[in-house]
Design a protein around this ligand. Sequence first.
Ligand code: ATP
Length: 317
Amino acid sequence: MSHAPLPCCSVRGLTKSHGEIRANDGVDLEIRQGEIFGLLGPNGAGKSTLVRQLTGLLRPDAGSVQILGHDIVRHPERAARLLGYLGQESTALDELTVALAAETTGRLRGLSRSAARAETAEVLAELGLEPLAARPLAKLSGGQRRLACFAATLVGERPLLVLDEPTTGMDPVARRAVWSAVDRRRAERGTTVLLVTHNVIEAETVLDRVAVLDEGRVIACDTPGGLKALVDGDVRLDLVWRGEAPLTVPAVARLAERADCSGRRWTVRTTPEEARELVAAVTAGPAFAALDDFTLATPSLEDAYLRLGGRHQGLAK
Ligand SMILES: Nc1ncnc2c1ncn2[C@@H]1O[C@H](COP(=O)(O)OP(=O)(O)OP(=O)(O)O)[C@@H](O)[C@H]1O
């Protein structure tokens, strides 16, 4: 008889209210070992509330959280030994230099001084942070500080990494360094990663599975491919006007009623057949003269998300 491996993290019926607001409403999740698992959802969906309960920082009103077989509701103090957590709030280590913050995290996690130092040097090199090693966290730019906090989270390795919006404020080079570091830990050490993110398109390439949270509930849980199958067959037409859209053109006026309009950019989700007709209509006559740019694209994970929780626009952060 074969046994399924122990899940890394198992959440059942998790419920938490902040006063009147039910931030988590019976959440069930199972994260497998070695998986990069994404938690998506609009602002206020309850992602941070969920994550803070997994990390033992917040006590649920009801439900259970097991991490590698440990009951985190009963023993919240065990979470620190099982997971590395990068939260959204600023760190208590803000007065320290980048190197010392990382080293101190390693020491707090039980590494000897020399091991903490060696790991810090490795992680700073991996993330391109060596030039900032001697600078206090409080004196760095937002993106630099975020990367330094991410570095500290990696020192004193834990089997589970919980990363709440790790790339907020980072430039593309730093973002790429974060995703490669995450991917490398999974490939080389079997680390499990729970990633909370708004940046769906960026995260799509590293995620094995995704749960979509909306108003405190899991409304979908699947692979990125599985979620995208929800919008299979649809295409997205983006139009960018030079100035005001030419609403005197009947086809454009009709489009205005159903497009998501964001300034000069209009987005329409439609079938390939209709997209061809729309493109023909806007690339002729006065509409074309008013058009700055247009693109037709196959669906992304963000389109799948919008289809699921479409009334929210929270992922466009
Ligand atoms: N300490 C608190 N006191 C009162 N209400 C809170 C508190 N923390 C969160 N909430 C409310 O609970 C709901 C869920 O918040 P949460 O921070 O978990 O959402 P989120 O999905 O992490 O959002 P974001 O993407 O903006 O970070 C929101 O309606 C929020 O206003």
